[in-house]
Design a protein around this ligand. Structure first.
Ligand code: PBG
Length: 342
């Protein structure tokens, strides 16, 4: 054969590495950790094999395990000792995340990021305060199975503007406890600006905001809602999280967050939304993060358990693909497992 082009020439050992376009490093990865104020022992998370909720007393130890694999950053999630209507334990000075952060910053060198949201802290499980009407309606119907939230009516859902103040307080309390970066995930309009204002007002202008900018209303969050006990008690999140059908809207969200002062922009989930990761990457010069979420983790584990997939291989390939699509940082439950192989 008279072939001018033989792409296979570049694929031989020795050359393969030299022409590799994407490199995955342990320092690209952020490991989520769950700290639970309701337990004195580590509790395995059934739907996320290998992950546990740890008590506050073991938060630093858990983070040290992450660091031992070469991963240098964690995202801290808290399960509070009690919940209420407004999620007040989310900004308590002695709240679960605040106590864990103090221990973590005392005892480790990790870069500690916190998830700023109210859904783990509110009884109704929504990512903000409800309007009075939504609250009354929920209370009135919860016993017979709840109600569909909002029915598309803004007066029957989360009160966007009343939530902003609370998110500011949460972020400020995290910074006071030692958070190196805060990551608002409530999909509240104006959340980045409100948090930036609260941080600056309290003297934390050096603390960056990583915004969950393009956060989709995704069924892939299922296992997380077990892990962090943050499932909505009624209705769903489609009044505030994005429609999976939309990509251009993600770019508008990104633009707004940049205007409001975001430092890093996140797309979540990752694998089903790699086109969005790529578009955001091409749209902005800011760092892009992608969240390889709980359902993406659980499905690979489930298939591996059946012997249908090689877990180490598919985990590595998944993270490499997220990086190739344009993510600079990757939040993933595979962080430790993959870092150990790099
Ligand atoms: C809190 C939050 C969620 C996740 C991260 N932060 C749950 C949600 O929005 O429903 C999901 C992470 C995952 O599934 O791994 N709002």
């Amino acid at each position: 054969m008279d072939l001018t082009h033989r792409p296979r020439r570049l694929r031989r050992d020795g050359l393969r590495g030299l022409v590799r376009e994407t490199d995955l490093r342990p320092t690209d990865l952020i490991a989520p950790v769950f700290v639970d104020a309701t337990t004195d022992e580590r509790v395995p998370i059934e739907s996320m094999p290998g992950h546990e909720r740890v008590p506050v007393s073991q938060a630093a130890e858990r983070v040290a395990e992450v660091e031992a694999t070469g991963v240098e950053s964690v995202m801290v999630f808290g399960i509070p000792e009690s919940k209420d209507e407004r999620g007040t334990r989310a900004w308590a000075d002695d709240g679960v995340v605040q106590r864990a952060l103090r221990a973590i910053t005392d005892e480790t060198d990790v870069f500690a990021i916190t998830d700023v949201c109210l859904c783990e802290y509110t009884q109704h499980g929504h990512c903000g305060v409800l309007t009075d009407e939504a609250y009354e309606r929920w209370e009135g119907t919860a016993t017979d199975g709840g109600t569909t939230m909002g029915d598309g009516r803004p007066d029957l859902t989360v009160d966007n503007d009343a939530t902003l103040d609370l998110l500011g307080k949460v972020a400020e309390s995290h910074a006071a406890a030692g958070a190196d970066m805060v990551a608002p995930s409530s999909a509240t309009d104006g959340m980045v600006g409100a948090i930036r204002g609260a941080l600056d007002g309290a003297g934390y202008e050096a603390v960056p905001v990583m915004s969950y900018a393009a956060k989709y209303e995704s069924a892939f969050y299922g296992p997380f809602r077990d892990a962090a006990d943050g499932a909505p008690a009624f209705g769903d999140r489609r009044h505030y999280q994005m429609d999976p059908a939309n990509a251009r809207e993600a770019l508008r969200e990104v633009d707004l967050d940049v205007e409001e002062g975001a430092d890093v922009l996140m797309v979540k989930p990752a694998l089903p939304y790699l086109d969005v990761v790529r578009q955001v990457r091409d749209h902005t010069d800011y760092p892009v993060a992608a969240y390889n979420v709980s359902g993406e983790y659980a499905m690979l584990h489930a298939a591996a358990e059946k012997g249908w997939l090689d877990l180490d291989e598919v985990a590595l390939e998944s993270l490499l693909s997220i990086k190739r699509a344009g993510a600079d940082l990757i939040l993933t439950y595979f962080a430790e497992r993959v870092a150990e192989r790099l």
